[in-house]
Design a protein around this ligand. Sequence first.
Ligand code: NAD
Length: 260
Amino acid sequence: MSDRTLVGKTALVTGSTSGIGLGIAKELAQQGANIVLNGFGDVEGPKAEISALGVQVAYHGADMSKAADIEAMMTFADNTFGGVDILVNNAGIQHVATVEDFPVERWDAIIAINLTSAFHTSRLALPYMQKNNWGRIINIASVHGLVGSAQKSAYVAAKHGIVGLTKVTALENATTGVTCNAICPGWVLTPLVQKQIDAKAIALGISNDEAVKQLLGEKEPSMRFTTPEELGALATFFCSPAGNNIRGVAWNMDGGWAAQ
Ligand code: NAD
């Protein structure tokens, strides 16, 4: 008999061709969940990595800034696997500039991808979860859903917004088997963060290692990155029976960042 805890469940992870989303998709697949991948860039590599874990995997290339694409992806997931039991809203982008210099188009894209997409996926996934009286919505927010940092206005606004959406979704389903929670990572070494390290190294004329040390030293007392595997393990915990009555939390995994 399998001791994998999520056999028979389907997990859709947005933005799962890279970084945190791929790490979470792999952890859920380790537990036996079938996976719907989404995101840009290399698809065949992530698909093969998930298949190797002995589960079924499908991919949809919906652009998370477009409601019609998201609707098509959710219909695709229903048609492929019968419905989504575990929804991980993870797709996200970043742009760094002061409020007065922030390009309007970047603001709109960040709010659409990092916040509004989670509203669309959630509204479309909830009826199936409610019908089964079991479901998990896990929103990948950020420590920036709890505290601010200069030059990240759109990102911090979107992440605070998704923490709010998490609470409301949790409350509306509080008497059911459907839970909704947020995970709030500190720094995780993914392409999204490597871009910020590169920018720091260039701006200050320092090495990659020195830029990493400075980046962590500014905010993260543990002086180390959280890993996608650690975040995947927390997502798996939310999916376990121990998570049945965890509702509306914004759980930081941030090396002590928000404790300061
Ligand atoms: P990443 O750049 O490695 O991955 C982002 C993923 O989202 C990729 O698969 C990309 O293809 C996808 N994506 C981007 N725009 C998309 C769109 N319009 N439609 C569909 N998919 C799209 O980034 P990451 O660091 O893994 O970030 C994942 C999530 O974790 C984001 O929501 C981010 O805000 C959050 N987060 C990251 C960190 C960190 O330190 N890396 C910290 C806290 C929170």
